[in-house]
Design a protein around this ligand. Structure first.
Ligand SMILES: [Zn+2]
Length: 327
């Protein structure tokens, strides 16, 4: 039996690709998933060149059909019905309603101003992260006295992420970064912020108007990537010319919260776990000042929500969340 992490040291495949290959081999009966990893079933397996070429040829034909559809100068519905082998399609049939048949006027494009606004928004680096506005219901049953709307003065501001985890571009790098350290694998690297992400971080910070301007950086002490988050926070602080003034950290002795639970359970475990760790001068200087709050990623959003609330309750005038990945 080999774990996925152990397999990674033997094959030159990224985690996603490796897992995909294992699933294919599983379906073909060559390997099976067992507790903690994978094992061979002992059944022989060969690369079925002929079969995969057939599949690839079918996919290419489907792509060509889509390209042809776009360029049609005859009824589009007739083309679709023919492509789907509709037995009731009679030669020469026309739908009378598609753009080719009906000659639909094409004047329903978006307003030029809207197009410009969308372009400008898309050109900005980073992703806006809206704060949570509502506590989950039923928190009192879990012994946590939070309900209804999150008070405006206990809420985070709209924050920024470098990228969505499901996005192209930086998303792939972030998926690798988080994926590589979520398992129990011993090779989990925690070497600080990858070089490739430093410029994107600077770009997102530069394009992000923060009002009021943060006077200091606080970060969430991470159990999975302590080095990464600390390094990111220090870099952000240097970039903004403000100090790192403290952390939000797990109460000592508390266990890491699970992610695979519902919102209420997740929030309850975070509320019980997190505490603010500010030096005395930082705590004294916090009231009336804004803070930039750094974490590696936003998943359920409750860690940032709870951390921001702790800071607001301690007097911060605003809390601007900043993370690498969201989603
Ligand atoms: Zn038609």
């Amino acid at each position: 039996m080999l774990s996925t992490a152990a397999l990674e040291t033997r094959v030159d495949l990224r985690r996603n690709r490796l897992e995909l290959m294992l699933k294919v081999l599983d379906v073909d009966g060559a390997v099976r998933r067992v507790r903690g990893g994978w094992e061979s079933t002992g059944r022989p397996w060969d690369y079925d060149t002929e079969r995969y070429e057939r599949v690839a040829a079918t996919r290419r034909a489907e792509q060509q059909a889509m390209v042809d559809y776009v360029g049609l100068d005859s009824c589009r519905m007739a083309y679709l019905r023919a492509a789907l082998d509709d037995p009731e399609l009679t030669p020469g049939w026309r739908c009378g309603r598609c753009d080719v048949c009906g000659d639909v006027a094409g004047d329903s494009g978006p307003e030029a101003a809207e197009v410009t606004a969308a372009r400008e928004r898309l050109a900005l680096p980073g992703v806006e992260v809206e704060p949570r506005r509502q506590w989950p219901s039923g928190m009192n049953r879990l012994g946590v006295a939070l309900s209804g709307r999150i008070a405006v003065d206990e809420r985070a501001e709209t924050g920024r992420a470098v990228a969505r985890l499901d996005a192209l571009g930086w998303g792939g790098l972030l998926r690798d970064l988080f994926g590589a350290t979520t398992g129990t694998s011993a090779r989990a690297p925690d070497d600080g912020l990858p070089v490739a992400l430093r410029q994107p971080v600077v770009d997102v910070l530069g394009a992000w108007p923060r009002e009021p301007a943060p006077a200091g950086v606080v970060y969430v002490e991470s159990q999975s990537h302590p080095g990464l988050v600390r390094h990111l926070a220090e870099g952000v602080a240097r970039q903004l010319g403000v100090p790192v003034v403290g952390t939000v950290r797990p109460v000592s002795g508390s266990e890491a919260g699970r992610h695979d639970v519902n919102s209420a359970q997740r929030l309850a475990s975070i509320v019980r776990r997190l505490e603010l760790a500010l030096s005395e001068p930082a705590a004294a200087g916090l009231p009336g000042r804004a803070v930039l709050l750094v974490d590696d990623r936003i998943d359920s959003g409750w860690t940032i929500t709870v951390a921001a609330r702790l800071l607001r309750l301690a007097g911060a005038s605003a809390v601007h969340p900043f993370v690498l990945g969201v989603g």
